[in-house]
Design a protein around this ligand. Structure first.
Ligand code: PLP
Length: 250
């Protein structure tokens, strides 16, 4: 058994999650959407496994990590199938994956949200076929066209979607993005709207190996705007667990 957090910390995390769920539901209703159509991921990077387990106990069913090494060291401690309390919790890798680390995550994650090149897609396919599994993936879009960010340009997305559709062992489930940060959420809104359009366009092309229903966008500072613009999965770290210690970030 992993150590537990203090009762106070457990309670604080549970309260944060409840408050976020309330804000998610209100954002959904404002946009004429059903609250249950939007999933909450707890992003646990830099946090101990005990914090992730507190989120699971508070009802979160999806954990996100952005670095392979950290994911692999935490996985054995996560209470993902702890019986009746938290059946079927899932783990997504949300950060850049180098091809030489595919073997470390394949079979251990439920989804890779950050496919950002044809090269990575082909290698994932090859490995998945060799291991007899099918990996759910999202394409990561660099929607702001920022040099500092990973993800493919939006212009390149339809072609990569087409390529992924032809690769066995992969199933394209949707798109993910981290738009440029701006304290003014109205400046971020157009990027979320562009993502929704791209999502609709790519989903409209009916091809094999696709079951496109996930639009992963929205973080602690902008998840309500993302939901108003069509997000189906918000990835929240800071608003659940508090500030991360900077030096632990990549
Ligand atoms: C860290 C991270 C998040 C969560 O960010 P917060 O602002 O702490 O909510 C979401 N998505 C990705 C890809 C991340 O790396």
């Amino acid at each position: 058994m992993t150590e537990r957090l203090s009762d106070d910390d457990e309670r604080r995390i549970a309260e944060n999650i409840e408050a976020i769920r309330g804000r998610m539901a209100r954002a959904a209703l404002r946009a004429g959407r059903k609250p249950e159509d939007i999933e909450l991921m707890a992003v646990t990077k830099t946090m101990p496994a005990a914090a992730a387990n507190a989120a699971l106990r508070a009802g979160v069913r999806l954990i996100g990590e952005n670095r392979v090494q950290e994911l692999c060291s935490k996985l054995p401690e996560l209470e993902l199938d702890g019986g009746e309390v938290m059946p079927g919790a899932k783990v997504h890798l949300i950060g850049h994956l180098q091809t030489n680390k595919i073997g470390q995550v394949l079979g251990h994650i439920d989804m890779l949200e950050s496919v950002d090149s044809a090269h990575l897609a082909r290698e994932l396919s090859r490995r998945a076929v060799a291991e007899g599994c099918v990996l759910d993936v999202l394409m990561e879009i660099n929607i702001g066209g920022e040099d500092s960010k990973t993800g493919i340009k939006k212009e390149a997305a339809p072609a990569l979607a087409c390529e992924i559709s032809q690769l066995p062992g992969l199933r394209l489930r949707g798109l993910m993005a981290v738009p440029p940060f701006d304290p003014d959420k109205e400046k971020i809104r157009p990027f979320f709207a562009q993502m929704k359009h791209l999502f609709i366009d790519i989903r409209a092309e009916k091809t094999d190996n696709r079951d496109m229903n996930i639009l992963s966008m929205g973080m602690s500072s902008d998840f309500e705007t993302a939901i108003e613009e069509g997000s189906t999965l918000v990835r929240i770290g800071t608003a659940i667990f508090g500030e991360r210690i900077r030096r632990l970030e990549q």
